[in-house]
Design a protein around this ligand. Sequence first.
Ligand code: GUN
Length: 297
Amino acid sequence: MTIGKIIDGKAFAAGLRDKVAEGVAAFAAQAGRKPGLAVVLVGEDPASAVYVRNKGKMTVATGMESYEFKRPASIGADDLLDLIEELNHDDRVDGILVQLPLPAHIDESAVLAAIDPAKDVDGFHVVNAGKLATGQEALVPCTPLGCIMLLKDELGDLTGLEAVVVGRSNIVGKPMAQLLLAESCTVTIAHSRTRDIASIVHRADIVVAAVGRAEMVKGEWIKPGATVIDVGINRVADTEDGKGRIVGDVATAEALAHVRAITPVPGGVGPMTIAVLLRNTLVAAHARAGLAKPDGL
Ligand code: GUN
């Protein structure tokens, strides 16, 4: 039995961060300032706090300015919108990221709509979603763009390949499908209400799993030789020490016997998200400064 390749997202992300760091130095020389990323964290969610800390560290490590705004979960929607307005007008800030999820009393879509689309490095604003859907230059959501980078690195030209995206979220599933379509794949979106999902996944040369359900995609669903991108990060509590472990949306051990290549969890897609966020911030900085998009990114 042959075993598929494990795609090293951690190494790819490190290489991307190196390229971003070179681009940041070149930008600073041309523009006379560093690119800046503002991250807004509302509330005390521990996972969000860890992400925000890591984002801040990596932003500084690539030579950019990092601005963090922590607000209590009790903040009023108007105060949050005022903060975003301030950041929209702050010339040092090229990218604005509001960490999700927000507390239930705040309308997430209203907050995302308040971000200047030119600074929307998450690519969640409807203007950027619409541009992506209509094939215009846009800031694109970080996780799906990272998945496309890994797929192109593994497969080269994706033209004509059958791609199945499992999951239909605004953050991953839908933009992922748009990006695959832009690469001339034949794209199907499967989701929790899809009938006979196994046979649909079995058609795919490319499977992207982003449903948030531990090991939902079974090895036998995978067509021999397919490439699988596992976006899931799920904690399962089945270890003896009680700490649990992190698994993806794909039953990786089973899938390895079928795939050409697969991303592991952790160490696959996860490290790509922040690296692409830094890339998007650099791209936004160039656009805002009237400079051409940096090469090779
Ligand atoms: N929460 C989980 N993933 C993300 C992301 O990619 N961006 C933001 N802003 N919040 C998140």
